[in-house]
Design a protein around this ligand. Structure first.
Ligand SMILES: [Zn+2]
Length: 371
């Protein structure tokens, strides 16, 4: 499982470090202390190589953090919310809660990151010039950091979504066509293309005996899935835009008794009546809701022993929405709280139930029909 730790808070943004970050931190320090610095600058003591290696790694990750902070501050200035910044094995990511609302906003938000990296590269370059001749280790570190920041800036500008350059490309297409969904599709396809290219390059390196190619394959694989996910997110948002709870809910849901066995629920209600969602009652009181998803999550051998009450979402944990509630907001809350269904309440009465599967089917139908 993934673990991450909060190491601080800057400008009201939580800074997290993922467990995978420690791996890359140790790897970087080791490669620098045992390989890069000894080859370029012979004659230091082992301790000094390690000190400079570890310091350089810390500065690399501070540089990544500053890059992400630049994105975050630009986002906050434009009225977006930033949940957190997480440093992980491949760098950093700023969690911005919503997609940008205008092309120009996206353009600015994306460009500040690489520009900040170039700025940092320039600062380290000047430092290296100053330190030249004063102290070899500090000069070595500054010139390495100048190089790394410039590479970071260039790499991020590759025009494939979700990299910054891909977001710039998306903003431009979006500005020209006025269609965010189409812009995202093109930028995402370009991103997938770059990711594929990285994986091929990595594969060739591995075949030629360089294990560092595995690294490129890994980065390519990560970028590929991020590009696919990014497009899906925008597509879902576009389909659900302006869709209200009353358009998504099931009105003719059935009620079942709380002490009904899961087996009976399956036999008598789900299979016979083809229903997917049920209000669970004790006498006339609503105790909770049970959905097809809850049944699927229960192992088959337990169906005869467990009751509907055992597997339902109890009333206390339910989130209620009004018929006018926004589709995107509902889906985001369902995902964030990991619940499967939400009752729609009007004047204190349940008028319908929305299952996560209802929303997914709605999205699937609309995207298949292209409407
Ligand atoms: Zn960036």
């Amino acid at each position: 499982m993934r673990h991450s730790w909060r190491i601080g808070r800057i400008f009201g943004i939580d800074i997290n470090v993922d467990s995978s970050w420690f791996l890359i931190f140790v790897l970087f320090s080791w490669v620098l202390a045992a390989n890069y610095y000894p080859q370029g600058y012979p004659g230091w003591s082992t301790g000094l190589y390690w000190l400079i290696g570890i310091l350089t790694s810390l500065f690399i990750f501070s540089s990544v953090l500053i890059h992400e902070l630049a994105h975050s501050i630009a986002a906050i200035k434009q009225g977006e919310k930033v949940r957190n910044i997480t440093l992980f094995i491949l760098g950093g990511v700023a969690q911005i809660t919503e997609e940008p609302k205008r092309p120009l906003q996206e353009l600015v938000m994306s460009l500040v990151g690489p520009l900040t990296s170039f700025g940092l590269g320039f600062v380290f370059f000047i430092l290296a010039l100053i330190l030249r001749g004063i102290g070899d280790p500090l000069y070595a570190m500054a010139s390495y950091l100048a190089l790394i920041n410039i590479i970071l800036g260039i790499f991020n500008l590759l025009p494939g979504f979700p990299m910054d350059g891909g977001r710039v490309l998306r903003a431009i297409i979006w500005q020209v066509t006025g269609n965010l969904r189409q812009a995202t599709r093109i930028a995402s396809k370009t991103g997938q293309g770059f990711a594929f290219l990285l994986m091929v390059l990595g594969g060739i390196q591995v075949l030629r005996g360089y294990l560092s190619g595995l690294w490129l394959i890994f980065i390519g694989w990560f970028l590929h899935s991020a590009a696919v996910r990014g497009y899906r997110r925008v597509m879902v948002e576009a389909v659900l835009k302006g869709v209200k709870a009353e358009n998504l809910m099931t009105k003719d849901y059935q009620s079942v008794r709380h002490d009904l066995s899961v087996q009976k629920l399956v036999d008598d209600f789900i299979l016979k009546k083809k229903e997917r969602v049920f209000l669970v009652l004790e006498e006339d009181e609503v105790r909770g809701i049970v959905c097809l998803e809850d049944v699927k999550a229960t192992p088959r051998e337990k169906w005869s022993d467990e009751t509907v009450e055992d597997i339902m979402t109890p009333r206390e944990e339910l989130m209620f929405v009004s018929p006018e509630a926004d589709g995107n907001t509902i889906l985001n809350s369902l995902t964030a709280k990991d619940i499967h269904q939400v009752p729609v309440l009007k004047d204190g009465k349940i008028t319908g139930i929305i299952c996560r599967s209802d929303i997914l089917r709605f999205i699937q139908l609309h995207s298949e029909l292209g409407v």
